[in-house]
Design a protein around this ligand. Structure first.
Ligand code: GLN
Ligand code: ZN
Length: 755
């Protein structure tokens, strides 16, 4: 058998330690950099990544984990499966970016969440006319580059099963997995080419195998890997799973002839003891969490590895998944206090943990003793840090969850809210107005100390005044302040809550060139001061119409942060909920009569296995209700969700029990309203009638058409009129024209209804 390895990672971040790739790609789009210059930035980043890994002691280095935009799109390109509408674009890079982002004439591929992470991949479209063909140039080139540098390179590709399961079938109802027979031979060709080029190992990623799979799917998977293993001249095959347990798939793969299996020991709970076949496999143990930022408990990890060693052919230490999901390094994080910092490990630090564990495992290496001692010392300070336990918060929560009567029944609330005196089909927007460069410049100036806090507040107030005046002019019914003061709907709150800390340079890729900087939740959550009251009451002081208070919900705040790993997520959610609840009570106290608590990430955290879903939905709904049940029945609670395909979460949405729920619908033609009816939903609903993801201005007739459709499913008394989502990414002129049409359409419909 081929030689094995002991320390590796499943993939690396690729945006560049200082977002060099993001900047280069955006500059290429804007015409600043040419393709050659872009390529040279990319090559430098790859080299830095590989050399960093090798020098740290990683003895098998993943390559082809680099991407200009997305690795699923790269796989589609590798398999000749880009959509037909871009096929005519001659230039490779233009074609690739057209598939990713669209251009003047073609729409892009859809984008969706990569499993339960906050990374988004592009969904390949596969139709009966898709003619798969291997295009191995990217992976071969990266392999050659790495080998030329003397890197022990292990090419990584998305596997055939995952590729098909994540793709969207266009123009056919047959399950896409039936196309496996067409693409497995291409993978076979690829393996031969990689062996020729000098690869000893190849990593084939199959994360789709950690979700519920049917017997047929498991059998097809086994067959595909038997075929690939049967090839004579090929690299050793490592099938990589991550984000959960392999379950039933584990014995199937263990009994196949693949050479290695990567198993997620952090998110998964597979038992590797006495699985027939595993005693012949190279098992890559994902024991360093690739998705969160906590330092690994080296003692525990070592013990676990030692226990595994007897059950498998050979063992390597690894991260649980690609390091794509964590920031590059703690190096730049000088604002963190030393204690807190000592609890953390970002990408580079995780690589060192993997190497240290590998050395400890192979034994006889005294040099790692210090690392163990220092990890132990850090863990000890974390266990006893007073910031981790706020007894006041905990006892308040306990008392509340035991005795919270919740809100009154919906009918009673409706009655109490009639004092709002809203017209039929009330019009509103969902929070943000365009984040103009003027707003961003003011924020940057404050950060750099060029303007002071008072100056900043005045500038933001001027923005709020403009937005309120615009809404009055447009004659909207329920106004918002426009959120100019918020850099991000999660970070804004995290920065003001105890228990969270922000990073300086902790960027991770969200999609394409878009990066986010998730805050870190490390301790008990407390709200030292009100967070939004001054802005909202200022807006309310400018108008007699109701202004909505805008808050982010507990589930979304957690979904877009790095969360603590020392207590159940449900407990953290309740603590955040308590802080949001206090804010709603203060808003009410300050005279605000409508409050929106956004939960766009509710569906994103849904566990991959159906057996785990109900428990999640229970606590997620519970946290939302805790956050929103502190106010009187006369205060109207809204929520906003950023999608229209509710599927598994539809009942949960009804259970949120918000007085008004706004959802995305402009593209999906109101079908979702019927789904909501089917679960007995009878509260207010605002299906989006203006698709804010597109620069298009919807006409009055188009909007009345959508409203007519909506009225087929929902009585007028429950229907709200609003866009799909916040307006922050649109331009002021698009927004003004679109909302003008939206208000006019609502008025036309009202007149019709009152006839
Ligand atoms: N209130 C937020 C906004 O309008 C909601 C954004 C979102 O749903 N992602 O920007
Ligand atoms: Zn939204």
């Amino acid at each position: 058998m081929t030689s094995t390895f002991t320390a590796t990672v499943l993939g690396s971040p690729r945006i560049g330690p200082n977002r060099e790739l993001k900047k280069a790609v955006e500059s290429y789009w804007a015409g600043g950099l040419d393709a050659e210059a872009l390529d040279s930035v990319a090559r430098d980043l790859r080299r830095q990544t590989w050399i960093g890994l090798r020098n740290a002691g990683v003895d098998s280095v993943p390559v082809n984990t680099f991407s200009y935009y997305d690795h699923v799109l790269d796989t589609a390109a590798m398999l000749g499966a880009l959509p037909e509408r871009v096929a005519e674009i001659g230039d490779d890079l233009h074609r690739y970016f057209a598939a990713a982002r669209g251009n003047a004439t073609v729409p892009p591929l859809e984008m969706t969440k990569w499993f339960d992470t906050n990374y988004h991949y592009l969904v390949p479209e596969i139709s009966p006319s898709t003619m798969f063909a291997l295009n191995p140039s990217k992976v071969l080139r990266e392999l050659e580059e790495a080998l030329a540098l003397g890197i022990p390179a292990r090419p990584v590709v998305v596997g055939p099963v995952t590729f098909l399961l994540l793709s969207k079938s266009v123009g056919s109802d047959a399950p896409l997995l039936e196309r496996l027979d067409e693409i497995v031979p291409l993978y076979a060709d690829l393996l031969a080419l990689l062996a020729d080029a000098g690869a000893e190992w190849v990593q084939i990623d199959e994360p789709a195998l950690v979700a519920d799979r049917t017997e047929d799917e498991i059998a097809s998977t086994k067959r595909a890997y038997d075929q690939l293993s049967a090839i004579q001249a090929r690299p050793a095959i490592l099938v990589a799973s991550y984000f959960g347990s392999l379950g039933e798939v584990l014995p199937a793969l263990a009994s196949s002839d693949v050479d290695g299996l990567a198993v997620d020991l952090v998110a998964g709970s597979d038992s590797l003891a006495s699985v027939p076949g595993l005693e012949r496999k190279h098992v890559v143990a994902g024991i360093v969490d690739g998705r969160n930022i906590w330092r690994t408990d080296l003692d525990r990890a070592s013990t676990e590895l030692a226990a595994l060693a007897g059950h498998v052919g050979s063992l390597a230490v690894s991260t649980s998944c690609s390091l794509l999901h964590v920031p590059y390094t703690l190096d730049g994080e000088t604002d963190l206090d030393d204690t807190l910092r000592s609890w953390l490990a970002f990408g580079a630090e995780k690589v060192l943990e993997v190497v240290v564990l590998g050395r400890a495992m192979t034994g006889g290496d005294e040099s790692v003793t210090d690392e163990f001692t220092s990890a132990r010392a850090a863990a000890a300070t974390r266990n006893t840090d007073p910031r981790l336990r706020d007894t006041a918060v905990r006892s308040r929560l306990e008392a509340l969850t035991a005795s919270d009567p919740g809100r009154g029944p919906a009918a009673q609330r409706r009655e109490a809210q009639s004092a709002l005196a809203l017209p039929l089909l009330p019009t509103t927007t969902l929070g943000s107005y365009p984040q103009t460069s003027r707003i961003r410049l003011a924020r940057a100036a404050l950060r750099k100390g060029e303007i002071d806090e008072t100056d900043y507040v005045n500038r933001m107030r001027a923005e709020i005044s403009d937005v309120v005046a615009l809404q009055e002019k447009l004659d909207l019914d329920v106004l918002v302040h426009g959120e100019p003061e918020r850099n991000d709907m999660v970070q804004y709150f995290a920065e003001q809550l105890d228990g969270f800390v922000a990073t300086t340079n902790g960027w991770v890729q969200s999609y394409g060139t878009r990066c986010v900087r998730p805050p870190i939740l490390y301790g008990d959550v407390r709200r030292p001061n009100p967070m939004t009251i001054e802005w909202i009451t200022f807006a309310q002081s400018l108008t007699r119409r109701p202004v909505k208070g805008m808050l982010t919900g507990p589930v979304t705040i957690l979904a877009w942060s790095f969360v603590r790993d020392d207590q159940p997520l449900a407990d953290s959610a309740n603590q955040v909920a308590l802080a949001i609840r206090d804010e709603t009570v203060d808003l009410q106290q300050a005279g605000i009569r409508i409050i929106q608590v956004d939960e766009p990430a509710l569906r994103e955290l849904l566990p991959l296995r159906s057996a785990d879903q109900q428990a999640y939905l229970d606590w997620a709904v519970g946290a939302f209700r805790l956050a929103t049940s502190g106010v009187a029945d006369s205060t109207q609670i809204h929520t906003h969700l950023c999608y229209s395909e509710f599927g598994d979460v539809i009942e949960a949405i009804a259970n949120l029990d918000a007085d008004v729920t706004s959802i995305e619908a402009a593209r999906s033609h109101m079908e979702v309203l019927g789904d909501l009816n089917a679960v007995g939903f009878d509260l207010g609903v605002g299906p989006g009638v203006y698709d804010i993801h597109s620069p298009r201005v919807p006409g009055v007739e188009e909007i009345t058409g959508l409203l007519t459709e909506a009225l087929n499913a929902v009585p007028a008394e429950r229907l709200w009129v609003n866009p799909d989502c916040g307006l922050k990414t649109r331009t002021p002129s698009e927004v003004e024209a679109s909302l003008g049409n939206l208000v006019q359409a609502a008025k036309l419909m009202r007149a019709k209804l009152q006839k």
